[in-house]
Design a protein around this ligand. Structure first.
Ligand code: 5HY
Length: 244
C-alpha cells in the first residue's frame, strides 16, 4: 500500500517531520510518500495562505492518481482543499484535522485543540462545526506563535505544553488534539508527560487511510465527490484540464 502524505506548506523540515510521524505508525506493508508542493507558502497561517496552498495540494493529488497511490493525507490543520482533493481522487483522502477530531471523539466525551496563531482560531472553529464536533470540542487554544516557530526550538514546544496544562486544568477535556502538522513530533512526549491522550492528526490519518484502503473503500465517485466535470483550464493551470 502507498500513502502520499502531503504537507501543504513548502517548508522541507516540516515535511520531513510529518513524514517521520507517518512512517512511525505505518504498517509494515505501507510505503509513505511524504511531499510538499513545488510552489506555495512556507507556512499556512490564515485564509490567504490556505487558498494559495490548495493548487499545490491538488497538483500532488493529480500526480498521485497517475502514480497509483492507495490514499492521501493532507497534513495541515486547516484541511486545505480536502473536498476538491476528494473529487480528484479515487483513493481515500483524509485531512489531519478531521481525522484527529474523529479519533478524539472515539476515546473521550470532550477534547481541546491546541493550535498556533490566534488568528487561525476561526478556521479551527469552522472545522469543528463542519465536522459535527461541536458537542465534543471543549475549547480551542492557541500558543499565538508562528507556525515556523515549531521548526526552531523550544519556545513553541514549551508554549504547547503550557497550553495543554491549562486545557487539562480549565477545560474538563479528556484528550488534546494538536492543531498543526508541525506539532506531529510532540504528541508522544506530551501524552507521556501529561498522562492524557494527545492526538497528532498525521498518525491518525495514516491509520484511517490504511483502514479504508484495506477495506476497499475509496472516495465515492457517485454524487458530490464524483470526478470534476470536463472543461479546459487555461494558463498556468492547463495541467488541470479534464477531458474525461
Ligand atoms: C499546519 N499551518 O498544520 C497549519 C497550522 C495552523 O502550515 N501547517 C501550517 O495553525 O493552521
Amino acid at each position: 500500500m502507498k500513502i502520499k502524505v502531503i504537507n501543504p506548506n513548502t517548508t522541507a523540515s516540516m515535511t520531513a517531520k510529518i513524514g517521520a510521524a507517518a512512517c512511525a505508525v505505518a504498517s509494515p506493508g505501507t510505503e509513505i510518500v511524504a511531499c510538499h508542493p513545488e510552489m506555495g507558502p512556507a507556512a499556512i497561517e490564515g485564509h490567504y495562505d490556505e487558498a494559495l496552498s490548495v493548487i499545490g495540494v491538488l497538483d500532488e493529488i493529480r500526480k498521485g492518481e497517475v502514480d497509483g497511490m492507495d490514499g492521501y493525507v493532507i497534513a495541515c490543520f486547516g484541511d486545505p482543499g480536502l473536498l476538491a482533493a476528494r473529487e480528484l481522487a479515487k483513493a481515500p483522502v483524509l485531512g489531519i484535522a478531521e481525522a484527529a477530531m474523529h479519533a478524539a471523539s472515539f476515546i473521550t466525551m470532550g477534547f481541546s485543540i491546541v493550535t498556533t496563531l490566534e488568528r487561525t482560531r476561526g478556521i479551527a472553529q469552522a472545522l469543528v462545526d463542519r465536522y459535527g464536533m461541536t458537542r465534543f470540542c471543549r475549547q480551542i487554544r492557541t500558543i499565538d506563535l508562528p507556525v515556523l516557530s515549531l521548526e526552531d526550538g523550544t519556545e513553541a514546544e514549551t508554549a504547547v505544553l503550557q497550553e495543554c496544562h491549562r486545557a487539562m486544568k480549565e477545560d474538563g477535556c479528556g484528550a488534546i488534539v494538536l492543531g498543526c502538522g508541525g506539532m506531529a513530533d510532540l504528541a508522544a512526549p506530551l501524552s507521556q508527560q501529561l498522562g492524557i491522550p494527545v492526538i497528532d492528526g498525521v498518525g491518525v490519518a495514516v491509520k484511517f487511510v490504511e483502514a479504508l484502503a484495506g477495506l476497499g473503500l475509496g472516495t465515492s465517485k457517485v454524487g458530490e465527490l464524483a470526478y470534476p466535470t470536463s472543461k479546459p483550464c487555461l494558463g498556468m493551470l492547463s495541467a488541470f484540464t479534464r477531458s474525461t
